[in-house]
Design a protein around this ligand. Structure first.
Ligand code: TXA
Ligand code: MG
Length: 354
């Protein structure tokens, strides 16, 4: 049985945090809220504890984990060197949704980043996460707390849906505010490379560092070598087949047309569209066999990001076969949103003029 500790996200009950910290100290697995998504934590110094994470998630062994800390002071022990630009980024963006890939020291379990010289480190911006890590007194390795390949969990319900009975506890601190994972920035290469766009925008990072490279999210060539092992796996995928739809050059709205095409083939179709597109459809969104979900406003991409994984999971609950998802502009949080949608779609993009 997985224990559930329900806490106030801003003022969590010390006794529950103590109990959860004790589980981490004794090599167990605890899911906990962060500002991005729920993480599945274990003692990052223990190979046995970290091995349990991979087992519970069914995660490929070569996909490295992010190590979470509660203070700046915890970082030097984890890394071989701390370049000054790393320190600048830490003070500017931590606590917050930015993971820095740095050369690792010898204190972490080999399984955290097997075969790599590097480790990803971040300080989450969430009272529950920070206090849990502090009380446990360890660096906490934590991937997103979902079964590997499924959309990341942004609520304790998502965590339990995937991992109930497979992990020791979940600290329930309510829904996550950002909704997509941290930005993973590799500082061991020049120029620095965004391996995964996320909660800290490219624009914000470039304001500090100048130009950075953004690695392409989906493998297009057979021999393309991913810089982050996580890039080569299918991700964020609901049970339904996802298609990402870009509008035509003429500004036409092809969402309804594609939905209709799949519906005619006898499939149950979900459409994920902005509030603007949904209201432009009016009553036509109410049509048997085609379910429209309002993804949030195009003018508020943060809200689209916050609800994205929950919306993908809602389509699964509705039992749709195909999801037609609207493309969003790739600025600000849009870059992370499009990265997740493109991965969920396994690279399948439909264009308005197709
Ligand atoms: O917001 C987040 O980052 C959440 C919360 C729980 O902190 N965590 C998270 O972890 O999303 P995970 O394991 O689901 O994704 C980590 C990503 C993977 O794509 C992995 O390949 C990459 O970060 N990564 C981790 N360590 C790395 C390293 N040393 N080098 C390159 N990529 C790394
Ligand atoms: Mg993940």
């Amino acid at each position: 049985m997985t224990k559930v500790f329900r806490v106030d996200p801003r003022d969590p009950d010390e006794r529950y945090l103590q109990a959860a910290a004790e589980i981490l100290r004794s090599g167990g697995l605890v899911a906990f809220p962060t500002e991005t998504v729920y993480g599945l934590g274990a003692d990052a110094r223990s190979d046995a504890a970290v091995a349990r994470i991979f087992e519970a998630k069914g995660r490929p062994q070569d996909n490295p984990l992010i190590v979470h800390v509660h203070s700046y002071d915890a970082v030097p022990a984890l890394v071989r060197e701390l370049p000054s630009r790393a320190e600048v980024l830490m003070y500017r963006f931590w606590p917050g949704p930015l993971t820095l890939v740095l050369r690792k020291s010898g204190i972490l379990a080999e399984r955290v980043s097997p075969g790599l010289e590097t480790v990803g480190v971040r300080m989450p911006d969430h009272e529950v996460a920070l206090r849990l890590i502090r009380i446990a007194g360890l660096p906490v390795a934590a991937p997103s707390a979902n079964v590997s390949g499924r959309p990341s969990p942004t609520s304790p319900t998502h965590v339990l849906r995937d991992l109930d009975g497979r992990i020791d506890a979940v600290v329930d601190g309510g829904p996550c505010g950002i909704g997509v994972e941290s930005t993973v920035l590799d500082l061991t290469v020049v120029p620095p490379a965004i391996l995964r766009p996320g909660g800290t925008t490219r624009e914000d990072i470039e304001e500090v560092l100048g130009d950075v490279v953004v690695d392409h999210p989906v493998q297009t060539e057979g021999d393309w070598a991913p810089r982050s092992p996580g890039m080569k796996y299918r991700h964020y995928a609901p049970a339904a087949q996802v298609y990402l739809v870009e509008t035509g050059a003429d500004g036409s709205d092809p969402l309804a047309r594609f939905a209709e095409e799949y519906h005619i083939r006898g499939l149950k179709v979900g459409v994920l569209a902005s509030s603007e597109r949904c209201s432009a459809m009016g009553e036509r969104v109410e049509r048997p066999g085609i379910v429209w979900i309002d993804a949030g406003s195009e003018r508020d991409l943060a809200s689209v990001a916050r609800d994205l994984f929950d919306n993908l999971r809602r389509f699964d609950d509705l039992g749709v076969d195909v999801i037609i998802a609207q493309a969003f502009p790739e600025t600000g949080m849009g870059l992370a949103i499009m990265n997740r949608l493109l991965k969920a779609a396994g690279g399948r993009v439909l264009r308005g003029e197709d």
